[in-house]
Design a protein around this ligand. Structure first.
Ligand code: ATP
Length: 360
């Protein structure tokens, strides 16, 4: 049985704004689930409904199979880490960590044991006597995470916990949180707008837009089998390239070439005759030059970016923009015309009207 179940959960705020529509999810015990999506898509609202900090307007929330809509945050046995650290400024790191356990009346020696263990996991042992103001942002965030993991709860809820850290600290904390999750085995729901965090940390990702779940799947699922253009464009960096074209005689014309879409869709292309279709491919899924069993496309190099281990090439393809990822040794000269190929299996076709992926 799933540990957490959300069944057609909706949030309508008192001002009438419908922030979350029919959210469905079953999270297994120990799973690491990431909610990802642009600002305002309803991630935090959903997390707060799970935490019990926000009423569920419609739908059911179950913990271990029991209806929990009306349970208090305490009954739900969840611990939440917020974006702001919210440490007590006049307490040492030790006391900040111990605070929740003190409130619960836990024995002093048990508290000490748990504080020492948590500090060890988070690399905070040598800072236990310091005040929060004498810590770096990353260290403070670790204390905030520590305050939640020190309590033995079934569920950790984290709302953009790394957003106040610099890029390097974020990468470090990302792997630390994954490690802590492995050690504690607690079910975790983590909110972020950063697709890299979602891809690197999640067992499963929930992609949201405008209050609607777009897709739920493993990082591989959402990357290789996006259901629609939104997911395809949101997951992956640089994003997937899209070129919109009208289908004529089963073909589209892009960058001086005629691409026969029956190679991808078989007879299914007939349904799109005379209609617009979106041809999608990832920047990294190309080969320079002509290649067999691929769609070759011609374009002009507008800009190149050398990134070290790879390079981005910004192309103009019949006034559409496309980005190609190449090795640093393959960077073409500016303004020259080049041909690149997209293997048929790496092409995604979308219905231009519904924006849904078209399956062969
Ligand atoms: P962010 O990444 O910016 O935190 P989010 O995906 O977490 O965004 P939410 O905070 O869940 O988004 O907000 C979802 C929508 O609900 C937004 O449009 C927001 O303006 C709206 N909203 C949030 N709180 C309230 C409220 N108390 N009353 C009315 N609308 C609200």
């Amino acid at each position: 049985m799933a540990y957490l179940t959300l069944r057609n959960v909706n949030k309508i705020y008192p001002n009438g704004f419908h922030a979350v529509h029919d959210f469905n999810l079953e999270a297994e015990k120990g799973e690491f689930i990431v909610f990802v999506g642009p600002s305002g898509c309803g991630k935090s609202t959903t997390l707060r409904m799970i935490a019990g900090l926000e009423d569920i307007s419609k739908g059911e929330f179950l913990i271990n199979g029991e209806l929990a809509n009306q349970w208090s945050p305490r009954q739900r046995e969840v611990a939440m880490v917020f974006q702001s650290y919210a440490l007590y400024p006049n307490m040492t790191v030790y006391d900040n960590l111990a605070f929740g356990l003190n409130l619960q009346g836990v024995d002093e020696d048990v508290i000490e044991e748990r504080v020492m263990k948590t500090a060890k996991i988070l690399g905070l042992t040598e800072y236990l006597d310091r005040m929060p103001r004498a810590l770096s942002g990353g260290q403070r965030q670790r204390v905030a995470v520590g305050r939640s993991i020190i309590r033995k709860v079934g569920v950790f809820l984290m709302d953009e916990p790394l957003s106040n850290l610099d890029a390097k600290q974020r990468v470090t904390m990302r792997s630390e949180i994954t490690q802590i999750h492995r050690e504690t085995g607690a079910t975790t729901i983590y909110v972020t707008h950063d697709q890299t965090e979602a891809m690197t940390m999640a067992d499963r990702i929930v992609v949201m837009k405008d209050g609607y779940v777009q897709q739920v799947g493993t990082p591989r699922d959402v990357y290789f089998h996006p259901r629609n253009m939104f997911v395809a464009g949101f997951i992956g960096e640089p994003p997937m390239n899209f070129i919109r074209r009208k289908v004529e005689n089963g073909c589209i014309r892009i960058g001086g070439r005629t691409l026969d879409l029956s190679r991808k869709l078989g007879e299914g292309i007939a349904a799109y005759e005379g209609r617009e279709i979106v041809f999608g491919f990832r920047p990294e899924a190309i080969v320079l030059g002509d290649m067999e069993n691929a769609y070759a496309i011609q374009g002009i190099v507008e800009l190149t970016e050398m990134l070290g281990d790879n390079a981005n090439v910004y192309m103009d393809v019949d006034e559409n923009k496309a980005i190609l990822k190449v090795t640093p040794h393959q960077i073409p000269p500016l303004d020259c015309e080049i041909v690149f190929s997209v293997p048929v299996e790496h092409v995604y076709l979308f219905d231009a009207e519904t924006e849904k992926v078209i399956h062969a």
